[in-house]
Design a protein around this ligand. Structure first.
Ligand code: NAP
Length: 226
């Protein structure tokens, strides 16, 4: 069976994506450092989504079961995970949703990533055969978890494998409300991560939940058709 694994899927962002993918009919495996926590999260998804196909297990085992793997770990968890789990990402579509953020005096800023300009590029460097796509970095977990409403905004995505970007765009658009915007190569991930720092800072300043919507793409399509 084709499955999507969500590593760190017991957290806010991972659980939100698990709920949305399960609601769209995808088979989901929730990963955790502790198998019992993954099973509890899987039970939460089953309680919220009728007929959900969802399992839970330890992160490395979850990645092994899936052909597409979503990374929703805190950034400090990715290098330790790769020490054991890199082989389970090899050759697979790896959807990186991690953002290296820190908040100081109610302003969110990017933390430098050691060894790469972005977390997505770090994962790509550590697992060269992985088909890494940066996505979902600008989508708030509260919106993902609220199944009663569509998720507002666009998902900017980038990666160096065009077919992988197409598959991730398809997955994005399974989620009610979201539109996929293909930004191109993985080296743009640093700017997508930076946008999250801006959005979180806006959220803190204005006590709200912001997201991204790109205007003007329709004009490109019209020009291309002419
Ligand atoms: N929250 C959002 O709105 C949002 C939006 C966009 C992007 N993101 C990104 O998505 C990722 C997850 O965010 P989150 O808010 O869901 O975070 P989180 O709740 O702090 O972490 C997610 C899960 O990761 C596991 N974890 C915690 N510390 C770990 C470590 N040191 N090593 C390995 N695993 C660890 C925990 O699961 P177990 O204890 O079960 O292993 C936790 O439930 C982050 O990189 C964040 O930047 C979040």
């Amino acid at each position: 069976m084709s499955r999507i694994a969500i590593l760190g899927g017991t957290g806010a962002q991972g659980l939100g994506l698990a709920l949305r993918f399960a609601a769209a009919g995808e088979a989901v495996v929730i990963g955790s450092r502790v198998a019992e926590r993954a099973l509890e999260a899987a039970a939460r998804v089953r309680a919220a989504v009728r007929n959900a196909t969802v399992e839970g297990c330890e992160n490395v085992a979850a990645a092994a079961l899936a052909d597409r793997v979503v990374l929703t770990l805190p950034v400090e968890g990715i290098v330790p995970f790769l020490a054991d789990g890199a082989a389970q990402l090899a050759g697979k579509i790896v959807i990186d949703a991690m953002v290296p953020l820190t908040v100081r005096k109610r302003v969110a800023e990017l933390e430098p990533v050691v060894g790469a300009p972005s977390v997505s590029e770090l994962v790509q460097m550590r697992v060269p055969s992985a088909r890494v796509v940066c996505a979902f970095k600008n989508v708030p977990s509260d919106e993902l978890q609220d199944l009663a409403h569509p998720v507002p905004g666009d998902v900017l995505l980038c990666g160096d494998d065009e077919l992988a970007r197409c598959e991730v765009a398809r997955l994005v658009e399974l989620i009610a409300g979201l539109r996929a915007v293909d930004a191109g190569p993985l080296r743009l991930a640093r700017y997508i991560e930076g946008l999250t720092a801006l959005l979180v800072s806006l959220n803190l300043r204005h006590k709200t939940l912001t997201s991204i919507e790109i205007v003007g793409l329709e004009r490109t399509r019209r020009a291309g058709a002419a």
